[in-house]
Design a protein around this ligand. Structure first.
Ligand SMILES: Nc1nc2c(ncn2[C@@H]2O[C@H](COP(=O)(O)OP(=O)(O)OP(=O)(O)O)[C@@H](O)[C@H]2O)c(=O)[nH]1
Ligand SMILES: [Mg+2]
Ligand SMILES: [Zn+2]
Length: 347
């Protein structure tokens, strides 16, 4: 019954059904980093290796994935298949090529943690909101370290201005996580947010143990010191599971413009009211954005933030297109070469 407690519902059982016939077991990935994996099977916790085929198909398991596995010895399991993901968080991996890295899979609720101390940053929150929207699960904003904030109402105003539809919770993780506990209700929850905001402190309080490492933030700017270095799924005593994640220095978006427009629905709606369909919102006549900015109906820093994220997503899309074109060219080059080398095609 252990797997039920961490989320194996009827839907997951149904996805697993075809594998059950092949005498595989249902499991859930609790750790995935640097080619090392751990999974939970009904009987306990195992070290695991993915079957070669998974590498070939390029669907490597991520934390939170449901898998079909085979026990190979009392400590080790072989992951034969990754079940289709209900939700996923991805980020773009830094580098010249565009690659998706799945941060966590099958997360029901994304908790975006912000510190109400000196590190509070509403632009960063917008970025996490886009990521959470793209994941396909629910989102909740936790405004932590309420004990270090003496301008709460101003902060709340800023938060509601950028997150109209996402609920928030104000708390002090060192004191109580009770409100959060009652929101979780057996679901799989991932904690996202920059270093030092208190993700691991919250996780420790929820599981009732100090098993996650926490570190004091730098005094000068309240920035964290990257205490957590890997992602782990931990069962909650009352059912459900939490995934602690390391605060990322620079969160590279892996999202569609649709998610961006949903999170910024106020500005996205305006941009569609301009006279010209291809308005650049700079100096065109009857530009709805410029007039809303002039009238103070939208915040100029929110508008800039939207433009910046949009440019970032479009830039990545172009990069992806360029890569795809290069791949097609390489393929044709190979085909032409093969034809030249094939005597039948020589004239
Ligand atoms: N005053 C106060 N301090 C808190 C609160 N929550 C966490 N802290 C402290 O903030 C520091 C950083 O907390 P962590 O839980 O390590 O932060 P994190 O988000 O896990 O950081 P990374 O693992 O580096 O991403 C620790 O010293 C915590 O004790 C809070 O509500 N109030
Ligand atoms: Mg941490
Ligand atoms: Zn315009």
């Amino acid at each position: 019954m252990f797997l039920e407690q961490i989320g194996a519902d009827a839907h997951i059982r149904e996805l697993f059904e075809p594998h059950a016939a092949q005498r595989l077991e249902l499991g859930r990935v609790s750790f995935a980093a640097h080619e090392q994996y751990r999974i939970y099977l009904e009987g306990g916790d195992y070290e695991a290796v993915p079957a070669g085929r998974l590498r070939y198909d390029a669907v490597l398991p991520a934390v939170g994935d449901w898998v079909a596995a085979r026990q190979v010895d009392p400590k080790l399991a072989l992951i034969e298949a990754v079940l289709p993901r209900r939700t996923k968080f991805s980020r773009r991996v830094a580098g010249r090529t565009v690659a998706e890295q799945v941060i966590a899979a099958n997360v029901d609720l994304a908790v975006i943690v912000c510190g109400l101390d000196g590190d509070f940053n509403v632009r960063r929150l917008e970025r996490y909101l886009v990521l959470a929207h793209e994941s396909g699960g629910d989102a909740l904003i936790v405004l932590n370290k309420s004990d270090l904030c003496d301008a709460l109402s101003a902060r709340l105003e800023q938060v509601t201005a950028v997150a109209q539809r996402v609920p928030h919770l104000v708390m002090n993780a060192r004191e109580s996580v009770q409100d959060l506990r009652s929101v979780i209700r057996g679901r799989t929850v991932a904690f996202l947010g920059s270093s030092g905001v208190g993700k691991s402190t919250i996780v420790n309080a929820l599981i009732g143990e100090q098993s996650q490492i926490t570190l004091p933030v730098r005094e000068a700017d309240s920035r964290g010191r990257h205490a957590t270095t890997s992602r782990m799924l931990i069962p909650l005593p009352e059912g459900g599971a939490v995934i602690d994640t390391p605060g990322m220095r620079e969160l590279q978006l892996w999202a569609t413009e649709d998610s961006l427009d949903e999170v910024f629905d106020d500005v996205a709606a305006l941009a569609s009211e301009c006279r010209f369909g291809d308005c650049t919102h700079t100096n065109e006549p009857d530009c709805a954005v410029q007039s809303a900015l002039r009238r103070g109906e939208i915040d100029s820093s929110r508008w800039r933030s939207y433009c910046k994220l949009q440019a970032e997503l479009r830039h990545e899309m172009l990069k992806e297109d360029a890569l795809a074109r290069t791949a097609v060219k390489a393929k044709w080059k190979a085909i032409h070469k093969a034809m030249r080398n094939n005597p039948k095609h020589r004239h």
